[in-house]
Design a protein around this ligand. Structure first.
Ligand SMILES: C[S@@+](CC[C@H](N)C(=O)[O-])C[C@H]1O[C@@H](n2cnc3c(N)ncnc32)[C@H](O)[C@@H]1O
Length: 304
């Protein structure tokens, strides 16, 4: 508790200082133009670059960005574990890194960071969404790995399986589970949760949070926010804090989800958390500490 309070006050102290910074704190990189899966809901196939930087080129980019003031590198793709060397390089250069992975390849133990693993339901549902029979392999890879937080994307395909997903988090011994909802590119499509489906989802999330506060990394404020979508105005990617690049190092706009994303349908946890923090939701402050614990700040200076 006391370290959490200290971290919070350190954040406040550095807030003014950080406001003067011109380069974003958090940089999101699609470190590869390849993926070993083709998931039914995935935006990346609609927006991906076909080229990717070499190991040396990534190293140069990471160093330049850290010199300019970046503190956290967020590594995604495509599937970032197809470029373990680049992950190692980023780990050695940034104050901290975060990885978003499909969990099909284990990340070496020495890389101590938060790993967000996309599990989208129980075995049959996950395999259906992910397009290949990978569920068992992912479970084997994440077993008792406390670096891992599961990050299902809820859509019309899997929203009824929230209980199962929490159960998977509990039984696999990972650190926790958080949820996003599906975001559309262009007009609303069949996967998009709205109306009764969205209301059902929000009520279910509140129910599972109440029963599993130790591992469900959400807050009532965050969960209820999914209904109103007011949070999209607070997205860090709209301000100076976050920036995203594709695997050729072209800037992705407006955010990681790239060109054509329909912000009115956004279900990404990033703006939801930003909104809750901005509205002073104390529970979300403490949740932030669980999502990004200080033990993963390699140089102990992260103030995001
Ligand atoms: C593009 S994937 C890349 C990382 C990795 N290959 C994976 O599957 O986690 C990053 C995350 O975005 C999620 N995602 C993909 N398309 C989405 C969409 N349209 N709306 C919301 N989340 C989406 C994925 O489920 C995954 O959790």
């Amino acid at each position: 508790m006391i370290p959490k309070v200290i971290r919070f006050f350190r954040f406040l102290k550095n807030y003014q200082k950080n406001k003067k910074k011109t380069f974003p704190d958090v940089v999101n990189y699609d470190i590869t133009s390849k993926c070993n899966l083709k998931c039914e809901h995935c935006y990346w196939w609609k927006t991906r670059a076909t080229k990717e930087l070499t190991d040396k080129e990534w190293e140069k980019v990471f160093k330049e960005h850290v010199e300019k003031g970046a503190v956290m590198g967020y590594l995604t793709g495509g599937e970032p574990t197809l470029r373990i060397n680049v992950i190692r390089t980023a780990y050695n250069i940034f104050n901290s890194i975060g990885i978003v992975s499909n969990g099909t390849r284990k990340i070496p133990e020495e890389i101590q960071c938060r790993i967000f693993v996309s599990i989208d339901g129980p075995k049959e549902i996950h395999n259906k969404i992910r397009g290949v029979d990978v569920f068992d392999k992912v479970i084997e890879n994440i077993k008792n790995d406390k670096r891992v937080v599961l990050t299902p994307t809820l859509s019309a395909t899997n929203y009824k399986y929230i209980d199962d997903m929490v159960d998977i988090a509990r039984k696999s011994g990972v650190e926790g589970i958080t949820f996003s909802t599906y975001t559309c590119h262009g007009t609303e499509d069949d996967l998009y949760l709205k109306g009764e489906q969205l209301e059902w989802t929000v009520n279910k999330l509140l129910e599972v949070w109440k029963k599993n506060k130790d591992i469900v990394f959400l807050t009532p404020f965050i969960i209820k926010s999914f209904l109103k979508k007011e949070y999209t105005d607070y997205c860090y990617f709209r301000g100076k804090k976050f920036i995203a690049f594709d695997s050729s190092m072209n800037r992705k706009l407006p955010c990681t989800l790239g060109k054509g994303v329909n912000c009115n349908t956004c279900g990404c946890i990033v703006p939801v958390v930003a909104y809750a923090l901005r509205k002073g939701d104390v529970r979300t402050w403490f949740l932030f500490d669980k999502l990004y614990p200080e033990k993963y700040d390699i140089k102990k200076q992260v103030e995001v």
